[in-house]
Design a protein around this ligand. Structure first.
Ligand code: XMP
Length: 413
């Protein structure tokens, strides 16, 4: 079991936003671990906590009494400032939770766990897998092999960008698998969103497993982060309290039998970013908008054709370029283009056109569970629309999606 010095255990006795409290205390360099109130006293004691804090929105005395046996200062609170003060004054916490120290510990942990064994890691180019790649690489160098699968649904220049960043910064063993044709052939003619998602998911696992098998590594690196774990255990002991199941390698074939290496499984997203920065990952990689696993596949409504996928890719690149140029990229959670398989009448250079529609969606959210439409400046939207209809053949109309979530989802499929 990994152990972090100066651990503070937060026992969730019925607190709606325990993750926010845990993050706020960590921001003061005090490491917090969240446990459900059904946890055993021994399990808490095993962490040798500096302090134990019971977090409850309503009085929960009865849930606290059985922890009297614990040999650590105890507090009932949902106020991060009060918790921090208590941890410093009564728990003697000095503020040792720092990402540079974390990196040293994590590197040692990885070396201890894998020894001279090989690790294989699926690299998506997203923040979590990129940081895990950099961390494992620092620990074991060439014994790490990253597998980057191009499923043909990536954004413009994405395969080149991901490879370039990792080769330039880390000189990593990186296996690039261009499986575009395989995916796009399987997707041909499929217009049902769920079937599309299933095909992409299954094919991805197959391609990754085939490649991983050739590498013959006993270990599989994973970008599991702390919220994945928190959201998959019922914090109040009630299974109905599970927010979402932690999927990690659930889909991998049993005969692959890897041991997992999950070096950032104690970190919140902001901490993962900080580690990435300290490890030298460029900002353009760390500050990227979240991008769904099925990628452009769920932003291309209906059956995917290579020609219409190319239209979406170009339109999406223009949207991103304009966001970056105006500074709006950093001000939104996700902003992207959607291909709408509808043709409408328009005109260009005095001629009638009959071409496709591109939609633009821009949202802000805290947790992606609900989301608010961003009021992007009209000037910016006009520029995007103008560039798209002029520069992307096959598009003659651009619309802006102003649907909140709920009832709309963020992605269109
Ligand atoms: P929705 O469309 O459900 O999206 O409102 C919520 C957030 O999740 C992302 N998303 C996904 N991420 N695999 C992922 O890794 C997926 O299949 C997937 N579907 C949606 C979406 O981009 C948004 O941030």
């Amino acid at each position: 079991m990994k152990h972090t010095p100066e651990t503070v255990v937060l026992v969730n006795c019925g607190c709606n936003d325990i993750q926010t409290i845990a993050r706020a205390v960590r921001a003061e360099h005090i490491y917090t671990m969240v446990m459900p109130y059904t946890v055993t006293v021994d399990r808490v004691a095993a962490e040798s906590p500096r302090a134990v804090v019971f977090c409850a929105d309503a009085p929960a005395a009865d849930r606290v009494a059985r922890f009297d046996a614990l040999n650590a200062p105890r507090l009932v609170s949902v106020d991060p400032a009060e918790i921090v003060r208590f941890c410093r004054e009564k728990g003697g916490c000095t503020g040792s939770w720092r990402m540079d120290a974390f990196i040293d510990e994590a590197v040692e942990d990885i070396r201890r766990q894998v020894g001279s064994g090989k690790v294989v890691l699926g690299l998506s180019g997203g923040v979590d897998s990129s940081v895990v790649a950099a961390l494992i690489h620092r620990a074991i160098g060439d014994n790490l092999t990253c597998v980057f699968v191009n499923h043909g649904l990536l954004r413009k220049n994405e395969p080149e960008m991901v490879q370039e960043v990792f080769q330039r910064n880390f000189k990593m063993n990186l296996v690039y698998v261009d499986a575009s044709d395989r995916f796009l052939d399987k997707l041909a003619g499929v217009d049902d969103p769920e079937r599309k998602r299933k095909i992409i998911g299954k094919e991805f696992i197959d391609v990754f497993a085939e490649t991983a098998r050739k590498i013959d590594a006993p270990f599989l690196g994973q970008g599991t982060i702390y919220p994945d774990i928190l959201e998959s255990i019922p914090l109040d002991g009630n299974p109905a309290g599970v927010i979402k199941s932690h999927h990690n390698v659930g889909g991998l074939p049993k005969d692959l039998q890897f041991k997992l290496v999950e070096p950032v499984d104690r970190l919140f997203k902001n901490e993962v970013r900080e580690v990435g920065k300290l490890l030298g990952l460029p900002a353009e990689m760390l500050d990227r908008h979240p991008f769904p696993g099925p990628s452009l596949g769920v932003r291309h409504v209906g059956a995917i054709r290579r020609e219409t996928l190319a239209i979406l890719r170009e339109a999406d690149a223009i949207v991103t370029e304009e966001l970056l140029r105006t500074g709006w990229y950093a001000k939104t959670w996700q902003t992207f283009a959607i291909f709408v398989p509808v043709k409408t009448v328009g005109m260009k250079d005095g001629h009638r056109t009959y071409d496709h529609v591109i939609a633009i969606r821009s949202i802000n959210t805290v947790d992606a569970v609900t989301a608010e439409v961003v009021r992007l400046p009209w000037e910016l939207l006009f520029t995007m629309a103008d560039r798209i209809v002029r520069e992307v053949p096959g598009v003659n109309r651009v619309v802006y999606d102003i649907t909140q979530k709920p009832p709309g989802t963020i992605e269109w499929e």
